[in-house]
Design a protein around this ligand. Structure first.
Ligand SMILES: [Fe+2]
Length: 268
């Protein structure tokens, strides 16, 4: 989601929705999958881990979107839709409002195994689709899309923050349990999931939707702030609430100052 240019190009599926990946691309998937799956127990929340298993993604090749959609449809009625690397907010909200999860179909290069700013298919499928099998998380994404469709253009950036600090970088701390990650940006990242859970550096705040709407973020650094929910029920309930009224409230209260340094201008 978002504007800008990408050095990657999404691959176009054939008439059956299948994409031909090269051997090297399958190998990159396989390496990303095996190192992430080894690291997530004890770090990702149980809903993520259980649903990842239920998805039954291939380990040795890039999954095809139709096969992932088949499982999603059975559970929650969602499917994945192939999109270019970056799409406008309006298209993003429209897809979510129709229970279609937009997925870029390219896979990162070997030079960017550790971190890339743009979502590739490993992030989209491995990171996102497990929680689209979960009732609470899936309902939130659906309601979020509908709120986005109803929102004014000037509210889009604020709504993007709500998605960023939940679906992408959310943490969960069930009472009496350990802190865990549920956000796709964390669950698909080798470095940031450890950082988010273990580092003394970032701020971990109790999730509050209006507070989230007031919090700026950057996409090219490890997050300085993470928001922590207590259960997916919280997001499910939020999905039933008036997100646009919350935006109004956040606007009245004003933005929080950024907890990060300004982005350095890079000479090009
Ligand atoms: Fe994402």
């Amino acid at each position: 989601m978002g504007k800008g240019s990408s050095k990657y190009a999404s691959k176009t599926p054939d008439e059956n929705g299948y994409i031909a990946y090269s051997e090297d691309e399958d190998q990159i998937w396989s390496e990303l999958y095996s190192r992430q799956i080894d690291m997530l127990p004890g770090r990702a929340c149980s809903a993520f881990l259980n649903n990842l298993e239920a998805l039954g993604l291939p380990r040795n090749r890039v999954p095809q979107l139709p096969e992932v959609s088949t499982v999603l449809r059975e559970h929650t009625g969602w499917e994945v839709a192939p999109v270019p690397a970056l799409i406008p907010f309006t298209e993003f909200f429209n897809l979510l409002a129709n229970k279609r999860f937009p997925a870029a179909t390219f896979i990162r290069t070997r030079e960017e195994m550790e971190y890339l700013q743009e979502p590739d298919i490993f992030h989209e499928i491995f990171g996102h689709t497990p929680l689209l099998l979960d009732k609470g998380f899936a309902a939130f994404s659906h309601a979020y899309g509908k709120a986005g469709v109803a929102a004014r253009k000037e509210d889009h950036a604020m709504l993007a923050r709500l998605y960023w600090f939940t679906v992408e970088f959310g943490l969960i701390h069930r009472p009496g349990k350990e802190l865990r990650a549920y956000g796709a940006g964390l669950c698909s990242s080798i470095g940031e999931v450890k950082y988010a859970l273990d580092s003394p550096v970032p701020i971990r705040k109790r999730f509050d939707p209006v507070d989230v709407l007031r919090t700026p973020y950057r996409i090219d650094i490890f997050q300085p702030i993470y928001f922590v929910i207590e259960s997916s029920e919280e997001l499910y309930q939020l999905a039933q609430m008036d997100l646009l009224a919350m935006i109004e409230e956040a606007r009245k209260l004003g933005m929080h100052p950024p907890a990060f340094p300004p982005k350095q201008k890079v000479a090009s």
